[in-house]
Design a protein around this ligand. Structure first.
Ligand SMILES: [Zn+2]
Ligand SMILES: [Zn+2]
Length: 143
């Protein structure tokens, strides 16, 4: 078990294991008394406690709401994509033609453009589809 947190699916109350009511093997919500307790995690971005089903991440737990909100947040995407080969490839591809600010601007535009045509996860776009992103940028800047 990663941590000791639980959330009540019925009333939303959060608690540590020691604060849940015990009834034999069952854990009960100390607020509403139901047994719909789920393991929970703390979102690394917003700090909210959410059910483990509502968060993603290998090294980080990030809630679905934040993933949705951060799709176009370049600072955040760059941060999570740091050290990836893709980022290096992208930057060297564009470095001699554009400033960092221009590249970030273009990537943001490309992300939004891609999301309109075909909903795309920005993190996936930046970390796994480097050539695709570079091509998109190249096409856009040549029009
Ligand atoms: Zn409850
Ligand atoms: Zn969050």
């Amino acid at each position: 078990m990663k941590n000791d947190l639980y959330i009540c699916e019925k009333c939303g109350a959060t608690m540590r294991h020691m604060d849940a009511k015990k009834c034999g093997e069952d854990l009960l919500c100390p607020v509403c008394g139901c047994d719909a307790l789920e393991e929970a995690v703390v979102c690394d971005v917003c700090g909210e406690i959410v059910s483990a089903h509502d968060a993603e991440g290998l090294d980080h737990d990030v809630c679905h709401k934040c993933i949705e909100e951060k799709r176009y947040d370049l600072d955040y995407l760059t941060e999570v994509g740091k050290g990836s080969l893709t980022e290096v490839t992208l930057n060297s591809f564009l470095a001699d033609q554009f400033t960092v600010e221009e590249i970030e601007d273009l990537m943001l535009t490309a992300l939004k453009w891609r999301a309109k045509v075909d909903p795309v996860d920005g993190m996936e776009f930046l970390t796994h589809n480097g050539y695709d992103a570079a091509e998109t940028l190249f096409e856009m800047t040549n029009n």
